[in-house]
Ligand binder design. Structure first.
Ligand code: SME
Length: 161
């Protein structure tokens, strides 16, 4: 399917899920796969303005470390579980959607442009091995369709870990 034939969000997400599966098979290096998936998602969803991965540090327990990403540089290279939106998602082991970051007190700001954030954990054997973090410059952009899509992406990615 060519992108110009795509008319709604569900169709775009289905198309992107297919591409995610292809990228996983095409490339050999895990970081290259994750970066390519960041670019794919960022380029095709207009209200996604920062797309990146945080990976659970295997040596220092309960800490996330910044992985491949596209978007502005961030000072938040390491995030303890429980801290910020990323750390809270890791601790609670669930997707965390903040439609307006100005209303979230446990938040680590990367850029004044960011208005909302959605963080989706990647699970392996019941534990959090990483997260897909997305920032948006729009307030309340995320719907159930985003939630379903990002959970599906993270489920596919689980087998890389
Ligand atoms: N805002 C995140 C920190 C990571 S940046 O968005 C890239 C948080 O509150 O955990």
């Amino acid at each position: 399917m060519k992108m110009k034939e795509v008319h709604n969000k569900e169709q775009i997400f289905n198309f992107l899920l297919g591409r995610v599966r292809e990228i996983i098979d095409e490339l050999s290096d895990t970081n290259a796969k994750l970066l390519s998936i960041c670019k794919l998602i960022m380029d095709n969803v207009p209200y996604y303005d920062w797309v990146g991965f945080y990976l659970a540090d295997q040596s220092r327990k309960r800490e996330l470390v910044l992985g491949p990403f596209v978007g502005e540089q961030t000072e938040h290279i390491r995030i303890p579980f429980g801290k910020g939106i990323c750390g809270q998602a890791a601790e609670r082991k669930t997707i965390f959607i903040v439609q307006d970051v100005s209303k979230e007190t446990n938040y680590l700001s990367c850029s004044p442009h960011v208005k909302s954030e959605i963080v989706t954990p990647i699970f392996k054997n019941g534990g959090v091995v990483g997260e897909l973090d997305i920032d948006s410059h729009t307030i309340s952009p995320f719907t159930k369709a985003d939630e379903r899509f990002l959970k599906d992406v993270c489920e596919i990615l689980s087998r890389l870990f």
